[in-house]
Design a protein around this ligand. Structure first.
Ligand code: FDA
Length: 388
């Protein structure tokens, strides 16, 4: 069978690319259903983009690479598409847009768009050998037990990263890259909870608090921290995990929205006879835990400025050193990937073999938590689809 364009992977990037690549496009995936990560994303409501998405929200060895694609297919283009399909949405927080109803609406929209454009989809299809004869790609596929040889002028690799192997993630994109001498930057789990050996926070499991968390490179996020039976999670921790490297410490500020020292000094004037621990603006179980680390005894009236200052410094720069992360098992994304130096930022094509494209999470462009990763999938898919 001959097609114009073969797209490997029917996830966010592959489906969106098919809608732009048009007739003569075949999308293949080993999964039973398309867009499985879309379906479970955003708690089933899909945080499909972010109002404030821009190049600064992405990590890459080359931070400029994502600019062109993001500028030529913006969050407003995707919001417009969603609107044309009558999908109602709302902003939850920090510019994060979610479907009012269900993530399935986004999958249905992407399938409608690709079908209208004349593209086909084969599911339950295993990808075998891939070769290029100088003019066309030859790909061996196994479609539900039947061998199919497909030749294609263009090949688009949209098989994502390594995150959540249980959901069908594989390192296929990196293998294909290596086969065609395309360099791959080291990969690691991103947007992932932290683990601690002998988790010192086990007793706090379920407690949540707003924090400012900072990595050693100075990057910080103000979001919620969640203590878990394995370590630290919640949006603040997922965000900072993209900037954390093994062995490094994190700094937690437990009072990001206020001047804790002034708050406690004022409390001392008003309520001198109260115990200090009852005046800390933190969940009770967290205060009990902190009492095991710091001397919180006595009425606040007994606390000198110097002693208060020392405590405030400790609570606004609480150093914790994770032993690791939960890894690809639960990571929302994969950092690193196809080296952007090898790709055209306009078309996502391999410079040395322009009929070969890499899009979506497989590429070394990773967004923050909050709809940015889907926006990269839409933008990079559009760039490749339009260029084909
Ligand atoms: P994606 O992983 O979506 O698709 C790859 C496709 O390739 C899959 O269909 C897979 O089956 C197929 N494939 C892989 N290997 C194959 C092989 N060997 N043979 C055949 N097919 C193969 N982002 C965001 O912006 N907002 C959000 O709300 C969320 N929420 C979220 C929740 C969870 C639990 C996860 C794990 C991730 C998110 N994300 C997110 C991240 C987002 O899901 C991710 O960035 C995009 O799905 C990436 O799109 P891609 O199309 O590149 O890969």
């Amino acid at each position: 069978m001959q097609v114009d364009t073969l797209i490997l992977g029917a996830g966010a990037a592959g489906l969106h690319c098919a809608a732009h690549a048009g007739p003569g496009t075949l999308v293949v995936d080993h999964a039973k259903a398309p867009g499985e990560k879309i379906r479970i994303s955003g708690g089933g409501r899909c945080n499909f983009t972010n109002l404030y998405a821009g190049p600064d929200n992405f990590l890459s060895a080359n931070p400029h690479f994502c600019k062109s694609a993001l500028a030529r297919y913006t969050q407003w283009d995707f919001i417009d598409l969603v609107g044309r399909h009558g999908i109602a949405w709302h902003e939850k927080t920090l510019g994060q847009l979610f479907c009012d109803s269900a993530a399935k609406d986004i999958i249905r929209m992407l399938l409608d768009e690709m079908t209208t454009a004349g593209a086909d989809l084969w599911l339950r299809t295993e990808i075998g050998e891939i070769t290029h004869d100088g003019a066309r790609f030859h790909v061996t596929l196994d479609r539900e037990g039947r061998r199919q040889n497909v030749t294609a002028r263009n090949l688009v690799v949209a098989t994502g990263g390594k995150s959540i192997p249980k959901m069908g993630a594989t390192g296929l994109a990196y293998d294909i890259a290596r086969q065609f001498d395309v360099p791959v930057t080291p990969t690691r789990a991103g947007l992932v909870p932290f683990t601690f050996s002998d988790n010192p926070f086990a007793g706090l499991s379920g407690v949540s608090a707003p924090v400012r968390v900072a990595a050693e490179d100075g990057t910080s996020f103000d979001e919620a921290l969640l203590f878990t039976h394995r370590g630290l999670s919640g949006p603040a921790m997922l965000q900072i995990s993209n900037y954390w490297h093994e062995g490094e410490a994190l700094s937690l500020n437990l009072a990001p929205a206020e001047d804790l020292f002034e708050t406690l000094r004022t409390a001392r004037q008003r309520a001198g006879r109260k115990g200090l621990s009852g005046l800390l603006p933190l969940p009770g179980r967290l205060v009990d835990h902190l009492a095991g680390l710091h001397d919180l005894s006595g009425n606040i009236a007994d606390w000198s400025d110097a002693r208060l200052r020392g405590l405030c410094d400790a609570l606004t720069d609480w150093q914790v050193r994770p032993s690791g992360t939960e890894g690809y098992r639960t990571a929302e994304v994969t950092l690193g990937g196809i080296d952007t130096d090898a790709l055209s930022s306009r078309t996502m094509a391999v410079k040395a073999l322009p009929a070969l494209h890499f899009i979506g999470e497989a590429v070394d462009v990773t967004g923050w938590l909050g709809g940015y990763n889907f926006q990269w999938a839409w933008s990079s898919a559009h760039a490749a689809g339009r260029a084909i």
